[in-house]
Design a protein around this ligand. Structure first.
Ligand code: SF4
Ligand code: SF4
Length: 91
C-alpha cells in the first residue's frame, strides 16, 4: 500500500484555528537556507507558495517532527484543541 493510500484512510475533524504557527515567517525566507520543513513533514503540511511558507494544518498527522526538526525552532507546535485533529481509527 502506498503512503498516499494510507493517508487517504485517515479522517480529520478540522478546527477553524491552526494549531501550527510559524513564529517569524520572515526568517524562513532570509535565514533558513534549504527550508527542510518542505521535505520532512510526512503530510506535506508546509509548502512554498507565492514566495512564502504556507501551513496546511488541516492534514497534520500530529507526529511532532516539526517541533524539533525546524533548524531555527521557528514552528510553534501544539496539539489541536480538544476534539479536533486526526483520527487514526480507519488507517
Ligand atoms: Fe521556516 Fe523552519 Fe521551515 Fe525553515 S524549516 S522554512 S525556519 S518553518
Ligand atoms: Fe507535519 Fe508532523 Fe509537523 Fe504535523 S506534526 S505538520 S505531520 S511534521
Amino acid at each position: 500500500m502506498k503512503i498516499e493510500d494510507k493517508l487517504f484512510l485517515d479522517r480529520y475533524r478540522v478546527s477553524e484555528e491552526s494549531h501550527l504557527k510559524i513564529a517569524d515567517p520572515g526568517i524562513c525566507m532570509k535565514k533558513c537556507g534549504e527550508q527542510p520543513c518542505l521535505y520532512f513533514c510526512p503530510a506535506n503540511v508546509y509548502r512554498l507558495e507565492e514566495g512564502r511558507i504556507s501551513v496546511h494544518y488541516e492534514g497534520c498527522l500530529e507526529c511532532g517532527s516539526c517541533r524539533i526538526a525546524c533548524p531555527l525552532l521557528n514552528i510553534d507546535w501544539t496539539f489541536p484543541r480538544g476534539g479536533f485533529g486526526i483520527c487514526h481509527k480507519f488507517g
